[in-house]
Design a protein around this ligand. Structure first.
Ligand code: IMP
Length: 180
């Protein structure tokens, strides 16, 4: 399925496989956060599909908040520039925050968010990502829960985009750029 000429996608993880993985993550999180005031903090936009599935796999009372951070724009490589476009709506003081991210690449975004959330007085901060690309890491970030580890490939679908395209693909796919 191609949105743009010269581009195609290849399935990496099918929707069923993703759902099974997300269910297991939800079960673990449910066990780990028993009796705690849990806030899921989704990082827009990429995490919204993963977050929507994950929150329904967690059998605990919880609240949801969002932050938006400046992203790649039209490029597929991190600029290293991190800027808050939308901050938290509610106080997280004394709350247990689980940051939900689509993918950890260089780690620059999450490193910033982790510090930001800790500075707001959260009782604890953990990170849950759908995908992890450890070979691209520039700063170490503690990833407590992860869906899948992948090599250095650009991935789209299941909420992830390139230049806002492909977010609605139900599978996680590798983006292939075909020479003209
Ligand atoms: P980091 O700061 O380099 O870790 O970048 C994290 C952000 O870059 C993610 O939240 C995504 O928005 C974006 N990103 C990194 N790799 C990919 C990819 O393979 N596909 C789509 N977006 C990506």
């Amino acid at each position: 399925m191609a949105w743009t000429e010269g581009e195609s996608v290849e399935v990496l993880f099918r929707a069923e496989e993703i759902q099974a993985r997300v269910r297991r993550l939800g079960q673990r999180i449910t066990l780990d956060y028993q009796g705690k005031a849990l806030v899921l903090l989704g990082i827009l936009k990429g995490s919204f599909v993963f977050l929507a599935d994950l929150m329904r796999a967690i059998a605990l009372p919880l609240t949801v908040d969002f932050m938006a951070i400046s992203s790649y724009g039209a490029s597929t490589r991190s600029s290293g520039v991190v800027r808050i476009l939308k901050d938290l709506d509610h106080s997280i003081e004394g709350k247990h925050v689980l940051v939900v991210e689509d993918i950890v690449d260089t780690g620059l975004t999450l490193n910033y968010i982790y510090g930001h959330v800790r500075a707001r007085g959260a009782a604890s901060v953990r990170i849950c990502c759908c995908l992890d690309k450890p070979s691209r890491r520039q700063v170490a970030v503690p990833v407590h829960y992860k869906g899948f580890e992948i090599p250095d490939e650009f991935v789209v679908g299941y909420g992830l985009d390139v230049d806002e395209r492909y977010r609605n693909l139900p599978d996680l796919c590798r983006l292939v750029r075909n020479p003209a």
